[in-house]
Design a protein around this ligand. Structure first.
Ligand SMILES: Nc1ncnc2c1ncn2[C@@H]1O[C@H](COP(=O)(O)OP(=O)(O)OP(=O)(O)O)[C@@H](O)[C@H]1O
Ligand SMILES: CC(C)(CO)[C@@H](O)C(=O)NCCC(=O)O
Length: 455
């Protein structure tokens, strides 16, 4: 780490959470559950201070603990993201570790069956949940396992979870992507101007006109800019190794730089799940949902499955990592024969996403990889474009991208980083968080503990 880069320290002394009253805690087990449109996320607090209690730990509790922490996979589709585990936490005076688990929401019936088998309702009469599924599945939990769902708002939970995890993560939670050879790598908190991306880059669209964050410029019609590279090697091979220092994207090595998120306000959160919600956050308790789009992670996966026959998100990203979207998208130069000089639209800007696909010959030539890449670039750039407009409207410079769409998806992160920086002339800063899709579940757990004895 360079000398001028920040050390990220957890800011809560002893890593305890002051919001949680240790006098009135609900009984274990402590879960936070975010039942999203595509994925259900579970955060589980494993108590590490039960040794002293010896046999007092209930048998059922022990079984649940052993099952969750002794496995990394559950059934066919449940996964514990071991690389995200947060050890050595103190919450409400209890010492333990936070575990992060996910499974597809369409497997909810299997989860309910498991809760039945593990005799969950003998421990608690309620569990807390957020996300749309907290409402959708409420009756199923009640009727089938006699468990009441305590429901919390997904966006309240998201914000609370972001701040909790950022404060409690011993390593740095927040980071941005920088490219070698730019002055960008030393930026902190987005207050200084950053490097201009190369205007001659052949793979990343980089027209010279700008859309400054606090003042619209130009007649540009809304593209986010980057078209992405054919030569990047930033595919899903980093699934468990998101800290892998540098990989190539276009003409430079990109690497992750820690960002001090202790005083982030105001900032924008772009939560890319099945759909996308965009929030402007002014303080831990003052935020509003400023926009959203239905063209999100679910759209990428759905379209990719349709176009390539792939079966999973991982496969879709893998395909995209070796594809070339220029075989699918129509560029300005395909229409103008070069730049559209009057408005400074460079020739290698995407003029029309999927525009080549009206030609039968082009359709026959496009590979599954090209189609996956074009789908990823289309969805990512559209989200980037909407995020920039929101940032301009809200006069906000820091844009934090979260949600599981970014899982094992460094292509999109770098596209967003590039587009935010370039199109705002270095004013906007794209930030990312290690726990990507788990903030809602984390916030839900904290809300639950704050309530004391809810059941
Ligand atoms: N293993 C996976 N299976 C399915 N989708 C995945 C997977 N990993 C990443 N994704 C991506 O993450 C998206 C879901 O993200 P996330 O879990 O944040 O949202 P969600 O809570 O399910 O959706 P919403 O908030 O809109 O209800 C998917 O649409 C897909 O693009
Ligand atoms: C419906 C939610 C909030 C569920 O998380 C999310 O998928 C979303 O924000 N979708 C986009 C809806 C829209 O603003 O068009």
């Amino acid at each position: 780490m360079a000398a001028n880069e920040p050390m990220c320290e957890s800011t809560t002394s002893n890593n305890s959470d002051s919001d949680v009253d240790s006098e009135s805690l609900p009984s274990m087990p402590w879960f936070g559950m975010d039942i999203g449109g595509t994925l259900t996320k579970l955060v589980y607090f494993e108590p590490m201070d039960v040794e002293g209690e010896g046999n007092e730990e209930k048998e059922t509790l022990r079984i649940i603990r052993k099952y969750l922490t002794g496995n990394v996979a559950y059934g066919k589709t449940g996964i514990r993201d071991v690389h995200l585990e947060m050890p050595d936490q103190v919450i409400g005076g209890r010492q333990g570790a936070l575990h992060f688990i996910r499974f597809p929401t369409h497997e909810m019936q299997a989860f309910i069956d498991l809760a039945k088998v593990k005799n969950f309702s003998s421990l608690a009469s309620a569990i807390c949940a957020t996300g749309g599924g907290a409402f959708k599945f409420e009756k199923d939990f009640q009727e089938q396992v006699n468990l009441q769902l305590h429901k919390y708002d997904e966006l309240d939970c998201l914000i609370r979870g972001i701040h909790f995890i950022d404060r409690h993560n011993h390593s740095c939670e927040c980071y941005y992507w920088a490219r070698a050879g730019t002055t960008d790598s030393h930026l902190q908190n987005g207050h200084s101007a950053s490097a201009q991306p190369s205007a001659t880059h052949s793979d990343l669209n980089s027209p010279n006109h700008s859309r400054a964050v606090n003042g619209e410029a130009t007649s540009q019609s809304g593209s986010s800019g980057a078209t992405s590279s054919q030569s990047e090697s930033n595919g899903p091979q980093h699934s468990q190794d998101k800290n892998a220092g540098s990989d190539t994207f276009g003409d430079g090595d990109w690497y992750k730089v820690p960002f001090d998120f202790r005083d982030p306000y105001p900032y924008l959160v772009v939560n890319i799940g099945s759909g996308v919600s965009i929030l402007a956050v002014h303080s831990p308790t003052n935020y509003k949902r400023v926009s959203g789009t239905s063209l999100g992670g679910g759209t990428f996966l759905g379209l990719c499955c349709l176009l390539t026959g792939c079966q999973t998100f991982e496969e879709a990203v893998e395909l995209a990592s070796t594809g070339d979207n220029h075989k699918v998208d129509r560029l300005v130069q395909d229409i103008y024969g070069g730049d559209y000089g009057r408005f400074n639209l460079k020739g290698d800007l995407v003029a029309s996403s999927f525009g080549h696909m009206m030609s039968q010959q082009r359709r026959e030539e496009a590979t599954r990889e090209d189609l996956a890449k074009a789908t990823l670039v289309t969805i990512t750039n559209n989200i980037g474009s909407i995020a920039r407009m929101c940032a301009a409207t809200e006069k906000i410079e820091r844009v934090v991208f979260v949600g599981n769409f970014l899982r094992v998806n460094t292509i999109s992160m770098k596209l967003l980083a590039y587009a935010m920086d370039y199109w705002s002339q270095g004013v906007l800063k794209a930030l990312f968080l290690e726990h990507e899709g788990y903030f809602g579940a984390m916030g839900c757990l904290i809300e639950y503990l704050k309530l004391g004895h809810p059941s």
